[in-house]
Design a protein around this ligand. Structure first.
Ligand SMILES: Cc1cc2nc3c(=O)[nH]c(=O)nc-3n(C[C@H](O)[C@H](O)[C@H](O)COP(=O)(O)OP(=O)(O)OC[C@H]3O[C@@H](n4cnc5c(N)ncnc54)[C@H](O)[C@@H]3O)c2cc1C
Length: 446
């Protein structure tokens, strides 16, 4: 795979037994940042990364490229162990991570554009949720310089979305080219002497040992499992992380005249406030990349077929674009999907306690680009005996998701409920959030 001259570093599959200090399962952003951070903290540590497929086969190679410092997880959940200050600390650390990623990999190399993020509201209830969101953030000490409320008119100056009632804007976001970011990081990791093995599925994970393609990997210090949405395929872990699907569509390039009508003459990421959320960026080559709808969850925590999406999903994403920009006719050029890992309490974890000798990490619920950097550094801190940078994330995985068929019925019924709630809210002038959506939130545990 290549992107504008940037290619993934060459890798091969494991073809002999191996001895290493640290073995990492998963060559996504979490696995790679963990390897990078370990190399920085202790270059004498030997590290090997194994992926069942290729570098960035998972969400790390399929995302929308928002490198954001938006808080990850649920604050009240993360505050349980270390209190409010630990959550504020982790949010500061996320902001540092966001800038560090760009500094380490180079803004030019990864096409990083620092605009911010704009979340728009298009109905009275969406607007009320945004107002509540601002008030909630203020109660956590988030000031005007980090999160600013915009009127419908001010929002329209930034992007000409139909039916705007208002928006919030934060400067804490870069839009990046996700594949350039992934390959840039992988190159740094390989240049640092880390061995990356692809087409090398890990079948058995125990303290001090992995089995990979019939070979034995003896691990002197620690095994790290960074398989996020794919964790469900491991024995004993089927119900820990729900593989939630998200789909992406990239349009053909827009003409100057179309951009004129769309507005969006800046690098803000754009997202909505409906329960069935969308997110997008304006790409450097003049397209819109939009993420959102799709099949939310497959029975038995199954995965997609190498990212393929059906015509229905493409149609849904195009319909979202048409709702946003009804005067502009847009054509799909590419579409794909991927899975993100969601824990029962919707918050990230770095779990060094549940299995001796093994650290499990992930659960960013769709916000992993910056979080993977922070989580990777936190894992490396734990391995090298330092204070963890993201102390609030260091915790055991919470209770599991429900068994099937409850999981499938629940996930899909909730998604349908949110769709109906959006429809009802869109037709109403009331600012109340639909009772259906409130009930769905309570069941989902959000
Ligand atoms: C469509 C979409 C859009 C998104 N957009 C954004 C965004 O704009 N901003 C943002 O912050 N986040 C976004 N996310 C989420 C983000 O991409 C993820 O949170 C992040 O990439 C997770 O990285 P990871 O390394 O933990 O997991 P992954 O990238 O999923 O990597 C896990 C790896 O583990 C490997 N693996 C699994 N099992 C095994 C095994 N047994 N042996 C060996 N290897 C194995 C897989 O092959 C995979 O490569 C998006 C996600 C999706 C799906």
């Amino acid at each position: 795979m290549a992107r504008d001259g940037i290619v993934a570093p060459p890798t091969s599959s494991l073809d002999a037994d191996l001895d290493v200090d640290v073995a990492i399962v998963g060559a996504g952003l979490t696995g790679l940042w963990t390897a990078w951070a370990l190399h920085q903290l202790d270059p004498s540590t030997s590290v090997a990364v194994f992926d069942a497929h290729r570098i960035g086969y998972g969400a790390s190679g399929r995302n929308c490229g928002w490198l954001s410092a938006k808080p990850v997880g649920v604050r009240r959940v993360l505050a349980r162990a270390g209190g409010r200050e630990s959550v504020v600390d982790v949010e500061r650390a996320l902001r540092r991570s966001m800038h560090d990623v760009v500094d380490v990999l180079g803004a030019k190399t990864i096409d990083a554009r620092h605009g911010g993020a704009l979340q728009v509201a298009r109905s009275a209830s969406q607007q009320r949720r945004l107002d509540d969101y601002v008030a909630y953030n203020r109660s956590w000490g988030v000031g005007e310089e980090q999160l600013r409320a915009l009127s419908g008119e001010q929002a329209y100056q930034r992007v000409r979305v139909a039916g705007l009632t208002g928006a919030v804007h934060t400067p804490d976001n870069y839009c990046v080219d996700p594949v350039k970011m992934l390959f840039g990081l992988a190159q740094h990791v390989v240049d640092g002497g880390v061995a990356v093995y692809t087409d090398s599925p890990v079948d058995t994970v125990t303290a001090g040992m992995l089995r990979v393609r019939g070979y034995t990997v003896r691990v002197r210090r620690r095994v790290v499992v960074a398989t996020e949405g794919y964790t469900a395929s491991q024995p004993g872990y089927r119900r820990n992380l729900l593989p939630l699907n998200s789909s992406m569509l990239v349009t053909e390039p827009l003409s100057d005249e179309q951009w004129e009508r769309v507005g969006w003459q800046h690098a803000d990421g754009l997202s909505g406030s409906a329960h069935t959320y969308f997110y997008g960026q304006r790409t450097p080559d003049g397209r819109i990349a939009l993420g959102g709808r799709g099949k939310p969850y497959r029975f038995g925590s199954a995965f997609d077929d190498d990212g393929r999406v059906d015509a229905h999903t493409v149609g849904q994403l195009l319909a979202t674009l048409t709702e946003l920009f009804p005067d502009v006719s847009l054509t799909a050029a590419h579409a794909w999907c991927g899975v993100l890992g969601v824990l029962r309490d919707w918050s990230p974890f770095v779990d060094a306690d549940s299995q001796p000798g093994v650290i499990r990490v992930g659960g960013y619920a769709g916000q992993g680009l910056t979080a993977a950097h922070l989580a990777g550094h936190t894992v490396a801190d734990l391995i090298t005996g330092r204070q963890p940078t993201a102390a609030a994330w260091v915790r055991r995985m919470p209770r599991k998701w429900e068994p099937e068929p409850l999981r499938w019925i629940g996930a899909n019924a909730l998604y349908r409920t949110y769709t109906v709630a959006d429809h009802l809210e869109g037709r109403s002038t009331h600012s109340r959030t639909s009772r259906l959506a409130l009930a769905a939130n309570a069941i989902a545990g959000r």
